[in-house]
Ligand binder design. Sequence first.
Ligand code: HAM
Length: 421
Amino acid sequence: MTKKFQSVKGFYDVLPEKQKLFRFFEDVALELLDQYGYHEIGLPIVEPTELFVDSVGSFTDIVEKEMYSWEDPLNNDRLTLRPEGTAGCVRAVIQNNLTYNGSAKLFYRGAMFRHENVQKGRQRQFHQLGVETFGIPSPAADAEQITFLDRLWKKLKLKKISLVINSIGDIDDRKAYRAKLIEYFEKNFDQLDEDARRRYKENPMRILDSKNKDMQALLNSAPNLSDFLSQDAKDHFNELQKLLLQNNVNFSVNHRLVRGLDYYNRTVFEWTTNDLGSQGTIAGGGRYDYLVESLGGNSTYACGFAIGIERIVLLLEENAQLTTFTPEIYIVNNGVGAQAFALQVAEKLRDEAFSVSVNLEGTSFKSQFKKADKSDAKICLIIGEEEVKNGIIQIKLIRENGAQTSSDVSELIHNVKKFLS
Ligand code: HAM
């Protein structure tokens, strides 16, 4: 028997009904990005492995176990399918000197790859829309991004979404905190699970994110990062909160939010929903004022976020009225020359910005009418041999009273508009 291929686990086809929702999301998001003055940058899917090790961090889940990396024998390079977009964006900013003007507001979209356990809302190939602002120290840049997201959710009519923010301070704040935290975990070593025991020295803050119920009491009494923040970092965080309140963005502060990538400092934030089970984070981001310099650029303030598009699409799917794209006009046709004539008529209508679906199956009128009915189009045009000969087209309302009229081709646009109104 011939072998039938299946897509690779965690890599999915996006079928047309679903792809419409991706499009809907992108249309809304892109329009809003324009309104906020972010500019799109196209970035490669493949980057040097080291770029992610040096930015995301060697002791993160992503770098430790989730990257698709390989040795490129032709160049003797270690390469990786990007697991996220910030590192590549920073590389591009440095390589192309995009902050020559002092600042830059960029966004990118596309596929990311992480070898994670697959479940609802978690794939191995997924898509992000990422936004990054460079060169602005003020929390106004963070606030602008968060306000953008708040407006985006409203435009998409997503409900029951909440925002959590935190400040993780600057490098020195975290150094002092880290030492205290390691000391605390060492003292309570017997209460740590296996993963925490392995990581507490390299990445102690990440353990605070653990969902292990048995460790919650221990984590609740752990030293608090907010007690270690410098006055500058505290002022920055307070100012951000003020700006969010002024722009009517609701949020809560969670001092244990640290995020899973190493490049952050000061602001971190996540938007979550309870409607997606355990994979409820639909967007996350924060400030990363040290990353540009650590990847070889000039010292440059920066902040950004990424949206997980599949998770948004799952939420949109629950909102049924968005799922049905309907042609306004469906053309059934049967007989010699009718199909060719139908194509011409459809083009004329599209010139006038109508959306038109032409039945190309060459089946009986009866079966085509059934499809017209299913298409949810408002009106149906009927073209048979007679119509081709006479240059006359039948126009029929598919629902309501099913009214029908005939129109000369030259009058068609006028009559269709009349019928649709
Ligand atoms: P992240 O939190 O790793 O951040 O990913 C952002 C979003 O991508 C998540 O909130 C989630 O919605 C989605 N996502 C992540 N992994 C998966 C997966 N396996 N399947 C489906 N969706 C997923 C970043 O990637 C940072 N680069 C964000 C950023 C930009 N920070 C500053 N600038």
